[in-house]
Design a protein around this ligand. Structure first.
Ligand SMILES: *[C@@H]1O[C@H](CO)[C@@H](O)[C@H](O)[C@H]1NC(C)=O
Ligand SMILES: *[C@@H]1O[C@H](CO)[C@@H](O)[C@H](O)[C@H]1NC(C)=O
Ligand SMILES: *[C@@H]1O[C@H](CO)[C@@H](O)[C@H](O)[C@H]1NC(C)=O
Ligand SMILES: *[C@@H]1O[C@H](CO)[C@@H](O)[C@H](O)[C@H]1NC(C)=O
Ligand SMILES: *[C@@H]1O[C@H](CO)[C@@H](O)[C@H](O)[C@H]1NC(C)=O
Ligand SMILES: *[C@@H]1O[C@H](CO)[C@@H](O)[C@H](O)[C@H]1NC(C)=O
Ligand SMILES: *[C@@H]1O[C@H](CO)[C@@H](O)[C@H](O)[C@H]1NC(C)=O
Length: 856
């Protein structure tokens, strides 16, 4: 192959340059249902590159904004300024020192919202005083945003636009609100142009790949789901190896595609193959509106020197802000004459230095000349510092034997910032609030302390307006998992053989955290919460370390703090697994992880406080009064719900792998919550052919024999363990009693033989004698037995278990009612058992506090 096309085809992306026209593009591939371009502050309409910009200041304009005080004004840009762009929408502006609102009556569905800004001195509005927030459809797009500081941070852009993608609901009116930042009487909001453009339903949201398997999130087990509640902000959109493609040459959605040259950061910049004659063949998964043709007919590959390819990664770097998730879309299309078959060009893909694809083979993904893309989510979480960082995309060649050509290819790259769970795309750094800006003085004097601070925060970025200045994020995310997963080899869990019992209920801090967000605690906060890990606060001890009771938020919230022993590789792995798992799962019957602390080598997890400790402590610890039967049933039903949610409620089946009574915790209202996800695996259901093959882990006595024999982990392994839990609850006897007679050592075996021989009553917890209705007992044993079936496929699903247990509870309740109604006779045992239940409950309130025990 000739190495011909090099940098001379690259054109500067300075925005003063007009977009050059490109041939062979699929301009008409998509026609947006809503296609609105508002020229703010203009009383006339104008056409730019066949696009009609409608003035919002014309009489009876559909788009005139509503101001709280009707005080927004319209004005023209100073046309003698050298930086003024020549066309709409930048020639006029709408400005106000109070809030104003644009309303758009649009169809439901995902939309692009683009905001155009030309920061400049407008009559009575100094350039440096623009400080404002923009909200749309309830999302915060910009906050305390200074258009002038942003423009100054990008070398060539005197004007710029910011592109957001959001979803408009049925019957929803899209309202975009501009609010000057309060606290500074000079602050004003302004905008030069607003676009609202529909996009195909499955362009970025609901893509085929997302709906089938979720978006791959490097280093993490649970894939990312980009649902329509998220707002995207375009950070970068690159036509890799090609030229600038302007809005008029997009596929109908007016996106801007930059050349990639200045984002290539590897020492070797590769070569730029092109094939303008190829007829692109768009498939169903990647329709022709996905990207303009020039994106797919140009590319960057590794270079001509064969020995060099293997010695470097072809790398692009784009500046982004930490503490957000990012959506990274890589576009591919093979069009070179040499590359025709699978295995011709196979390569590795790294995002943020993490391997996300070890066998990228574009031909086998889609075929020759067939465009394809791959989406990845990247969490750039850095709780210690909120800062800008480079997000890298790196391609690495594979050696001979794995591929015909040791080479790699990329055709296009899109990077989006994803809104945090509060609907924010921007964090606010309080130090940058403009009310600290000194008063009005000289127009030329920028508020120096402020601009300096902001410049430090943003660092000059790329050339186009798509670089983001978003100040800093308030929200702390899970730290990204940088380490290689190490497979732990034994089955100890952190809770270990420990029970812990605590006093008060906790405020539901966890519930204010949304699904993929988890709070970070500093070590100082943890030390304050536990009086510097004072022994007095210890409520549990195990092989993993200690559990402390503590208070955070100035004493408002009681929490359980699990401090893992440092330096254990297994611990680190499980620590991160637990954070990943729990922070993405919220369910009434799962323990809520409130946050974590990873400072100074510490591995600390902070949970909702479970006032009544473990289920096992209420079965075996004689300090606790025995639980009445119905309460045991309710606890089992709750735990079964929690497992059912893990298996089928989350997007992917999650197998707990260590279901046992020490991992079922109880809050002050006796609500059962499944805990300890250190061993969890994302798996598959037993129905599917595949399974998770993995080293056997879990706890002796609860282990699914099939899993043990065949090393096949399915959700039915949890069902087996739950069957053991059920018998434990019935018999108040541990899963393994080493001191028991031979045939009784394993509870599962003993229970099965008792059930088969009809001698179950022998096993039942003596405290429950006479308290269990016979029908209920039979049903309960039937369920527990079915869970213990040797063959996983024959075991019920957790859903079946939930309903079976509910049925058993009904049988118990109706028998008790019957007994009460029919007699005061000497079989009034039901009555007395109810009385026992009540008094037990009351008693336990008093006794449970502060007790802490270990048991086996
Ligand atoms: C894009 O694809 C659609 C549907 O497959 C087709 O109707 C349309 O003509 C195509 N447009 C272009 C420009 O290729
Ligand atoms: C808008 O209407 C007012 C009065 O109805 C009229 O004086 C003014 O000239 C009109 N402006 C434009 C731009 O048409
Ligand atoms: C317009 O810009 C020119 C050049 O920068 C400047 O000299 C002039 O004062 C500006 N006019 C106004 C009204 O700001
Ligand atoms: C472009 O693709 C076509 C079809 O695969 C092929 O025949 C042609 O040789 C390619 N041109 C170049 C320059 O690779
Ligand atoms: C490519 O990048 C990955 C991830 O940063 C790194 O592990 C690998 O060593 C790099 N390969 C080369 C050849 O530099
Ligand atoms: C990102 O990379 C560029 C080019 O290597 C460098 O100039 C810039 O300082 C980096 N930014 C950060 C925040 O590391
Ligand atoms: C290295 O990359 C170039 C350019 O894509 C390719 O032509 C060459 O075959 C690659 N080297 C090897 C050893 O495959």
């Amino acid at each position: 192959m000739k190495p011909p096309l090099l940098l001379f085809i690259f054109i500067s992306v300075s925005l003063e340059a007009l977009p050059i026209s490109v041939t062979g593009n699929n301009v008409d591939a998509y026609r947006p249902t809503d296609d609105i371009a508002v020229d703010c502050g203009s009383s006339t309409s104008s056409t730019v590159e066949n696009r009609n910009w409608i003035g919002d200041a014309a009489n009876r304009s559909d788009y005139s904004p509503i101001g709280k005080t009707h005080s927004s004004i319209t004005t023209q840009a100073n046309i003698s300024s050298p930086r003024v762009p020549g066309t709409a929408p930048y020639l006029t502006a709408r400005l106000s020192r109070s809030e104003f609102v644009y309303t758009f009556h649009v169809t439901a569905g995902p939309k692009f919202v683009r905001l155009h800004f030309f920061p400049s001195d407008y009559p009575n509005f100094r350039r440096v005083d623009s400080f404002f927030s923009v909200e749309a459809a309830g999302y915060t797009l910009l906050r305390s945003f200074s258009a002038s500081l942003f423009a100054d941070s990008t070398p060539s852009a005197g004007f710029f636009s910011k592109e957001f993608s959001l979803n408009v609901g049925e019957d929803q009116i899209l309202i975009i609100t501009f609010t000057p930042t309060p606290g500074n009487s000079d602050a004003y909001a302004f905008v030069n142009g607003i676009e609202v453009v529909s996009m195909p339903e499955s362009l970025y949201y609901n893509t085929v790949v997302d709906s089938t398997e979720g978006i791959k999130l490097p280093g993490q087990l649970v894939p990312y789901t980009l649902d329509t509640t998220k707002v995207l902000e375009a950070v970068k959109r690159l036509n890799v190896g090609g030229q600038f493609v302007g809005p008029a040459h997009d596929t109908g959605m007016y996106r801007t595609w930059e050349a990639d040259d200045e984002y290539v950061t590897s020492s070797d910049i590769g070569v730029l193959p092109v094939n303008i004659s190829i007829q692109l063949n768009y498939g169903e998964q990647v329709p022709n509106y996905t990207a303009p043709d020039p994106v797919y007919t140009t590319a960057r590959t590794m270079g001509t020197d064969k020995s060099i390819n293997l010695s470097y990664n072809l790398t692009w770097s784009v500046e982004v802000e930490t503490n957000f998730y990012y959506l990274v879309r890589l576009h591919f299309c093979e069009f070179q004459i040499e590359i025709n078959e699978p295995l011709d060009r196979v390569f590795k893909i790294f995002l943020d230095s993490q391997l996300v694809e070890d066998h990228a083979d574009v031909i086998s993904w889609s075929g020759k000349g067939v465009p394809i893309y791959r989406d990845f989510a990247v969490a750039l979480l850095d709780h210690s510092q909120k800062k800008r960082t480079n997000l890298s995309v790196a391609l690495g060649a594979l050696p001979d034997g794995s591929t015909l050509y040791s080479d790699a290819i990329l055709n296009g790259l899109e990077i989006f910032k994803i809104s945090d769970p509060d609907g924010n795309l921007v964090g606010l750094n309080p130090d940058l609030v403009p009310n600290k800006v000194p008063g009005p003085p000289l127009a030329s004097k920028a508020p120096s302390s402020l601009s300096k601070a902001v410049k430090i925060a943003i660092v000059a970025g790329g050339t186009s307006g798509f670089t983001i200045l978003s100040l800093l994020a308030f929200f702390l995310y899970r730290r990204r998992n940088r380490g290689k997963d190490s497979t732990s080899s034994n089955g100890t869990t952190w809770w270990g053989p420990v029970s812990y019992v605590m006093t008060k209920s906790t405020k539901t801090q966890g519930s204010s955290l949304s699904s993929d967000l988890c709070r970070h605690f500093s070590l100082a906060e943890i030390r304050a919460a536990t009086n510097n890990f004072d022994k007095v606060f210890i409520i549990g001890v195990g092989g993993f370390g200690n559990v402390y009771k503590g208070y955070v938020d100035g004493g408002a919230t009681q929490v359980a703090i699990k401090r893992l022993n440092q330096g254990s590789q297994q611990g680190l792995h499980e620590f991160r697994t637990e954070i990943e798992m729990l922070s993405q799962l919220r369910h009434l019957h799962l323990v809520s992880l409130i946050g974590f602390c990873e400072d100074a080598g510490e591995m600390i997890l902070v949970y909702d406080y479970m006032a009544r400790g473990t289920l096992s402590s209420h079965l075996y610890n004689t300090d606790n009064p025995p639980l009445p039967w119905k309460q045991r049933l309710e606890i089992c039903i709750g735990a079964a719900w929690g497992l059912h949610y893990l298996h089928s409620g989350a997007k992917h089946t999650i197998i707990h792998r260590d279901v046992k009574t020490t991992n079922i915790l109880l809050n002050e209202k006796w609500v059962a919550k499944v805990s300890d996800f250190g061993l969890s695996k994302v798996g598959t259901t037993s129905e599917s052919k595949t399974h998770v093959s993995t080293a056997v882990k879990g706890t002796f006595g609860y282990l699914d024999p099939e899993y043990y024999r065949r090393q096949r982990l399915t959700d039915k392994s949890d069902v087996y363990s739950f069957g053991v839990v059920l018998f434990e609850v019935l018999c108040a006897r541990p899963a393994v009693s080493r001191m028991a007679p031979m045939e009784q050592i394993s509870l599962a075996e003993w229970a099965q033989s008792c059930c088969k021989s009809g001698s179950v009553e022998e096993m039942v917890d003596p405290h429950l004698k006479g308290a269990i209705a016979l029908e209920c007992l039979n049903k309960f044993c039937e369920i527990a037995m079915s869970c213990l079936q040797d063959e996983g496929a024959k075991r019920p699903s957790m859903n079946d278990v939930v309903w079976g247990l509910n049925f058993a509870l009904q049988l118990q309740v109706s028998t008790e009612l019957e007994a009460i109604n029919t007699s005061d006779s000497d079989s009034g045992g039901w009555k007395s058992s109810r009385e026992t239940a009540t008094s037990t409950r009351a008693g336990s309130n008093d006794v449970c506090d502060e007790s802490m025990t270990s048991h086996d």
